[in-house]
Design a protein around this ligand. Structure first.
Ligand code: SF4
Length: 281
């Protein structure tokens, strides 16, 4: 299931020390408007059969065009997932009315560790109560809770259990992600995370090149390989990211980027498709 992943803003109100977007936030130009995103989503749907897309960042909810992008894409019959830190979701029914799934970055159930990771004063407690409120107000929304695993910070079995229990309580899926870093002292490989979960009684019930699916009675969790990790260059290409300056790049398959700004702005569907196909290989 491939899709376009729209980085609608590189900016974020958090400063997570492992963030991928920080390096680009100061030098990227935001050329794309809501109609541009609608055009790309329609090309992907009509030409490639990709019926979903993801809005990501940075923090997509701080983008002034967030709502308009959602409306346009939803009206094109495409399902939208939003990746968010949930700090700006006090009015979920309004902000998420066109959304089928949110992936919330939580990373820990410890307030202290949350502060160490996010480097801001926004309390974990507020995020957790926002997630509970979202579930109460939007019972059909699919919620995934993301947990980036950092060695010796949030990687104990007890840490995992608390997170899995919270996810279960609000009918969300717990998703563990390995950290993309060159600092091996911080990194726990995806397979090592799987082994840790097996130690908690989970069993691997499925896998593809990018993730593992595990089950313990009725509890389901996923372990996902981070696409920004250079160690996974040999894996098949998965999704296509679109930066706000019209640069497209692929996740997995080795880093490769193309500039599609002209094709997007001139509504050249054939040209855009050619650029996407270069990335798909
Ligand atoms: S919340 Fe996400 S986008 Fe924001 S700083 Fe943290 S990792 Fe980066």
């Amino acid at each position: 299931m491939r899709e376009l992943r729209f980085v609608i803003t590189p900016f974020c109100n958090y400063k997570c020390f492992f963030c991928h977007s920080e390096s680009i936030a100061n030098r990227i130009t935001l050329y794309l408007n809501p109609s541009d995103y609608e055009f790309m989503a329609k090309v992907a749907k009509n030409q490639l059969g990709w019926n979903t897309c993801t809005l990501t960042g940075g923090e997509p909810l701080i983008s002034p065009i967030f709502r308009e992008v959602c409306e346009k894409i939803k009206n094109s019959g495409i399902d939208i997932t939003v990746v968010t830190n949930a700090s700006l979701l006090a009015r979920p029914t309004e902000m998420l009315k066109d959304i089928v799934q949110i992936n919330v970055s939580v990373h820990t159930m410890s307030p202290d560790v949350y502060g160490q990771i996010t480097q801001v004063n926004y309390p974990l407690e507020n995020v957790l109560s926002t997630i509970v409120n979202i579930r109460a107000k939007l019972p059909k929304l699919t919620i995934h809770l993301n947990y980036t695993v950092i060695k010796n910070l949030n990687d104990s079995g007890a840490d995992f259990e608390r997170f899995i229990k919270f996810a279960g309580k609000i009918k969300a899926k717990a998703k563990f992600i390995d950290l993309s870093t060159t600092d091996e002292t911080l990194r726990t490989e995806a397979l090592e995370i799987v082994r840790r979960l097996e130690g908690l009684g989970f069993e691997v019930r499925g896998a593809n090149p990018w993730q593992y699916y595990l089950l313990r009675n009725t509890e389901e969790v996923k372990v996902v390989k981070c696409p920004f990790n250079g160690k996974y260059e040999d894996l098949p290409v998965r999704d296509i990211f679109v930066e706000p300056n019209g640069i497209l790049y692929r996740s997995f398959g080795g880093y490769l980027a193309v500039d599609a700004l002209n094709e997007i702005k001139s509504r050249n569907a054939v040209g855009l498709l050619q650029k996407i196909n270069i990335l798909l290989g």
